[in-house]
Design a binder for this molecule. Sequence first.
Ligand SMILES: [Zn+2]
Ligand SMILES: [Zn+2]
Ligand SMILES: [Zn+2]
Length: 86
Amino acid sequence: MGFLRSKTEVCAHAPEGVATPRADACEGCGSTFNLRLCTECGYVGCCESQQGHDRSHALEAGHPVIKSLPVADASFTWCYSCGRYV
Ligand SMILES: [Zn+2]
Ligand SMILES: [Zn+2]
Ligand SMILES: [Zn+2]
């Protein structure tokens, strides 16, 4: 509640570029599927339907913007701070 969700709102958290994944499995539990990438530092973590290590990292490190792996045109980008796809 309280967040503006208009489509024209710009996410102020997205970094200029996307960091290179620094692992090929979740750094928290070793999962190799449905991985997410921290666009800020390259941290690789599992999705929230697993142990949510990407979310843990985002909150602990203050790196709110993640991408789905592998990074491709079809990848989605999610900002935990904005709480929406960006
Ligand atoms: Zn944002
Ligand atoms: Zn994990
Ligand atoms: Zn990070």
